[in-house]
Design a protein around this ligand. Structure first.
Ligand code: ACM
Ligand code: ZN
Length: 764
């Protein structure tokens, strides 16, 4: 397996050759491997040779700390760092602030010629970001020859965020600082620190010592995915918290890197850890236990109890002394209302305050906390459920369930940060290879997060102004350790960083990858274990004119050659070269791998194909699948490719509140020996099995005979149904799945429409 480092050495050699050829002329625009891509780059002739004698010349003391952070970075990546001086005539890096540089906050101009490097920032942040660009240029060749250039740069969005959940898995303050270095390198300016949740309270609050002794710990932790039942636990106590001293240190570390930390104190839901220590704050009075597995728990803060507000206000008072951020995140997501519904205190509150339902009680809760924080000069941010029952007056909305919450909030002229789950959640799988380490679910390849556009076309220019920016969210249920966390976060965060910073018009995925690959040696020096799977093979299904399903393979590795086999053997440097899409239906197993100069890059891709009678035949659906679970063409139900565990892999058909009713026309009456399909049952994802699944056959398309029925689907995951038929002659096959309808009380998404997920109807 080729490593990324070997690859970048190759690139480096090519560049050196290219530079030699280009001496005295201009170099093409993509040889500056900076992420995020700068606003404008001009190439000039000669490079600057950074060496041990290079010094840092500062105009003004206000940027001294930026220079010092640069010294630390240089030390780490180069083993030496320029010293700070008052005067120099050559071989220097000059740093200055000039607010007339561009009209943009955080902007900078970086000029490199053979005598000097100058970085002029619009403000200190601009100087800092110029230095971050310089660090990427220093490292990319390893010879400290910085290409002659002029970079004029500034961000697209003022809010460029990364969220990290430290409740489900805890990472030390020192580790957080190391990640903050990486965020800063890619010009992320906001770190959203998710400090409290059901599985652990992670910030010291001196007034409530049991938050440290009880809430910060859980008895044990779930092993495997939460969907795998029965749950299995590791039997080991787990926990930890940040002392206030540590928090202060991390905040000051981040501030020196122009990163604002927004703390999240979650309410009214996701509060089990706090309730475990202070059960009087829950509707039932407990006892409660810090959660040991992942999910949504019905025990939440009691909204009718004034002591809940006293507690939260006291907690927030301490939080405010530690975090100077304008915004405080108060959570607000996924708060089940069943306890409130029957709690006498909550019911009294609803009556006293004239609240018509529990949604309005949630709104009351958030507004009350908002008012408190506003009184302390702060603003709230909340997840999009804070729209339920009416948005509080100054709230900023973090739109995570999709984009609609953000759009609704922008239309009401509230500030918005876009974090839609299916585009920016770093707990999703980044690859569909079955060897991928366990993840939350869903599929978010690097290309998809890269191509996410935060300003929805549904917004008018006036409302688009309310989109402050974009953020990637790192939920840590399955981040068992630092390496796993980094595998999930990087490089996808770099894609998000480019969306947040670079002009929309200049974004190009291929160009991004050409700048991403050379980042790996630098990431390695920063001790970041980034995933390196984005150049592996992906597939696409197409349909040929003759009705055949075609399996297209692709790799983004430049000069990569895909080689494949159809006999189950491993592909090697001499097996078939892939040129055009392969016809499905002629072979049952396709294995493939990418080769570069005869060396295999990455893992072996494998696709098992069902060769059956319905492949490529016309399919008619009585009801349309939901937009999020619509492969776009009914023929994907019979393309020979079965959907995977990643429920948004583009193969599943999801019917929201409506039935599956599919009719396949085989073209002629023929003997049928078997019909099958797959149903995905993930109640934790609102995906419900049908109340009945039935198969029907017909010779004329009018009169159907029911040949099979099933009502039990025991597997939490993919239920594979395959029935054998005896002496059945048919031309038409009908498959009917009766949707569960409304999700029952007590289940995730109760009251919403159930999704019925199905893929691949096979007929033999
Ligand atoms: C969230 O992902 N529950 C905000
Ligand atoms: Zn209550």
């Amino acid at each position: 397996m080729r490593t990324r480092e070997a690859l970048s050495t190759l690139i480096f050699i090519c560049i050196i050759h290219f530079m030699a050829a280009a001496q005295g002329g201009s170099v093409p625009k993509n040889d500056l491997h900076i992420i995020p891509r700068p606003f404008k780059t001009t190439h000039i002739t000669n490079p600057f040779h950074l060496n041990q004698k290079t010094v840092l010349l500062l105009s003004g003391d206000s940027i001294k700390s930026d220079a010092e952070v640069f010294q630390q970075s240089m030390h780490l990546i180069a083993g030496f760092s320029p010293s700070i001086v008052d005067k120099a005539s050559s071989n220097y890096i000059q740093l200055a602030i000039d607010s007339s540089v561009g009209a943009y906050k955080e902007g900078y101009v970086l000029k490199v010629d053979n005598k000097r490097i100058s970085i002029t920032g619009h403000d200190a942040a601009g100087v800092f970001y110029g230095l971050q660009s310089l660090i990427q240029l220093v490292d990319e060749r390893g010879d400290y020859l910085i290409p002659g250039c002029i970079i004029e740069d500034h961000p697209r969005f003022t809010y460029r965020g990364m969220h990290l959940d430290v409740s489900r898995h805890f990472f030390s303050a020192r580790q957080i600082e190391k990640w903050i270095d990486v965020l800063a390198l890619y010009k992320i300016n906001t770190f959203h620190w998710h400090l409290t949740d059901d599985q652990g309270w992670r910030i010291e609050i001196k007034k409530y010592p049991k938050l440290q002794t009880i809430s910060a710990y859980r008895n044990e932790t779930l092993i495997g995915h939460k969907k795998e039942l029965p749950h299995v636990f590791d039997g080991k106590p787990y926990g930890g918290y940040y002392t206030q001293e540590e928090v202060k240190q991390v905040v000051s570390y981040a501030t020196a890197r122009h990163i604002t930390i927004i703390p999240e104190i979650e309410m009214p839901g996701h509060a089990l850890a706090a309730l475990a220590a202070y059960p009087e704050l829950g509707c039932t009075g407990g006892p409660y236990q810090t959660a040991t597995f992942w999910g949504i728990f019905s025990d939440v803060y009691c909204a009718g109890n004034d002591s809940t507000f006293t507690f939260l206000q006291n907690v927030l008072d301490e939080v405010l002394t530690l975090f100077p951020s304008k915004y405080i995140h108060i959570g607000g997501d996924e708060c089940p209302k069943q306890r409130w519904h029957i709690c006498p205190k909550c019911r009294k509150r609803m009556a006293d305050e004239n609240l018509k339902d529990e949604s309005e009680l949630q709104s009351y809760f958030i507004k009350r906390i908002e008012k408190y924080l506003n009184g302390k000069g702060r603003q709230i941010i909340g997840w999009d459920e804070i729209l339920e029952g009416g948005l509080s007056p100054g709230a900023t909305v973090m739109s995570w369930t999709g984009e609609s919450g953000g759009i609704a909030a922008a239309n009401q002229h509230h500030q918005v940060v876009m974090t839609p789950e299916k585009y920016v959640y770093l707990d999703y799988y980044q690859s569909l290879y079955p060897e991928e380490p366990l993840a939350g679910g869903g599929y978010l390849p690097l290309s998809k997060i890269y191509n996410y556009e935060p300003i929805s076309a549904e917004l008018s220019p006036n409302e688009a102004k309310y989109i402050m920016g974009v953020q990637a969210n790192a939920w840590s249920e399955y981040y068992e350790n630092k390496e796993k966390a980094e595998y999930m976060i990087f490089p996808r965060l770099l894609a998000l960083a480019e969306t947040a910073w670079s002009p929309k018009e200049s974004k190009n995925y291929t160009d991004f990858l050409s700048r991403l690959r050379p980042q790996y040696p630098l990431l390695k020096k920063l001790d970041v274990h980034a995933a390196d799977v984005f150049d592996e093979i992906t597939y696409a299904i197409d349909k040929a004119a003759d009705g055949k399903t075609l399996l297209g393979l692709n790799s983004t590795l430049p000069q990569g050659i895909i080689r494949y086999t159809t006999d189950g053997s491993a592909p090697g440097p001499n097996t078939n070269v892939y040129h055009t899409a392969l016809a499905v239906g002629e072979t049952e197993i396709i294995k493939a791998a990418v080769f570069e100069n005869g060396i295999q890059y990455g893992r072996v891709f494998q696709k098992n194909v069902l060769v059956h009678k319905a492949v490529g035949k016309p399919v008619t659906l009585s009801f349309q699948p939901a937009p999020n679970y619509d492969p776009g063409n009914a023929s994907a139900l019979v393309n020979g490719i079965e959907a995977s565990n990643a429920y948004n892999d583009g193969q599943w058909f999801g019917f929201s509140g409506v039935n599956l009713e599919a009719v396949i026309d085989l073209g002629s009456v023929q003997k049928i020996s078997s019909i099958g399909t797959n149903i995905l049952k993930y109640h934790w994802q609102r995906m419900w099995e049908p109340t009945e699944l039935s198969f029907w056959t017909s010779t004329d398309g009018n009169n159907y005979t029911k040949v099979y029925s099933q009502v039990d689907f025991p597997v939490n995951g993919i239920n594979t149904i395959k029935t054998s038929l005896q002496s059945t002659q048919a031309r038409y096959i009908k498959v009917v799945g009766v949707n569960k309808g409304i999700i029952p009380d007590g289940e995730y998404g109760a009251g919403a429409k159930a999704l019925l997920l199905v893929d691949e109807i096979s007929v033999y």
